[in-house]
Design a protein around this ligand. Sequence first.
Ligand code: NAD
Length: 355
Amino acid sequence: PPGAGFVHTFLPGRVVFGAGALDRVATEVEALGVRRALVVATYSARAAADVVEAQLGDLFAGRIDGVAQHVPTEVAEQARTTARETGADAVVAIGGGSAIGLAKAIALTAEQVVIVAVPTTYAGSEMTPVWGETAAGRKSTGTDMRVLPRVVIYDPMLSRGLPLKVTAASVANAIAHCVEATWTPKADPITELTAVEGLRALSTGLRDVLLAPDDLDARSNLLYGACLAGSALATAGTGLHHKLCHLLGGTYNLPHAETHAAVLPQVTRVNAPAVPQAAARLAATLGTEEPSSLAAQLFDLYKAAGVATSLRELGLTETQVTEAAAAFKPTDNPVPVTEDLMRGILTRAWSGTRP
Ligand code: NAD
């Protein structure tokens, strides 16, 4: 409750949201005083990148299409060289977390480069000052205000073609940002408000998009939810859930978004009783106000969306479950983190047991 006191830092940034907002990219870039804009685009978003390239006219500095998952250092180095050679002072990133991640890798090392992000998935990276880069199979991450996009342009038309399987996994990732934002050490009432509204929009959008994948209202709800989820992640930071997913993804090469879906209900089962008010608010957006049912509701939502809800399906072995439980470093969490607790979470996540 606010009476207990809290600290919340509002992050700067501008959000332009709406069907057809892609048309405003050049205007927004110009308003930033940019002279040379480099376009970084995921291959699946190349049609949108073509539109932006034409729109930019004289401001267009070049294009990078070679986007890869988790920002490999070689790809980042190549992109930095291109940015230097073209004299870019802005990067327009079009695509999912991978494209935005590559834009961040450029902005991190080039003082004058600002980012305009046009997200086409629900990962939420566009709202955060967090960057990541992978060298020799190891991902490093950090926080730096230079990588926070100055303008984010959300156009739900762009995500209409996102395949349902990718959509569901990406939404599972966004939902994890909302739920975990209520129990991290930096959680606060303003972030909680954002997270609860984010979960409402994401769960409504997810149910609707399963029935009609290209429905614009459903896609709008999902993108709006992704924006709120990303902003909750940005202010609350990460906790037990994200740290566990990071360990699993990094050590066993499990897919990022699907791992979130298998792990979140199990971490929620353990943590929700420790944050009963927030859990009740989150649960209410899913249909009941019973905090203890939040974990099961999340599990059912993911199951209905066809997302993997067990780590076994993702290829983890039982031996690796024990290994990961022992390797997990204790972190600040409302429930004390012990090896036993982690083994319990991982065993249930491995077999996909309904909480
Ligand atoms: P992604 O960018 O790799 O996109 C997922 C898939 O969707 C890709 O195959 C891509 O080609 C496809 N795709 C994207 N837009 C499409 C469209 N409009 N139509 C059809 N297909 C399309 O992955 P992601 O899930 O968006 O992001 C995950 C990455 O982002 C991870 O590396 C993760 O660590 C990072 N991330 C970072 C933050 C942060 O704050 N820094 C937050 C969340 C995620």
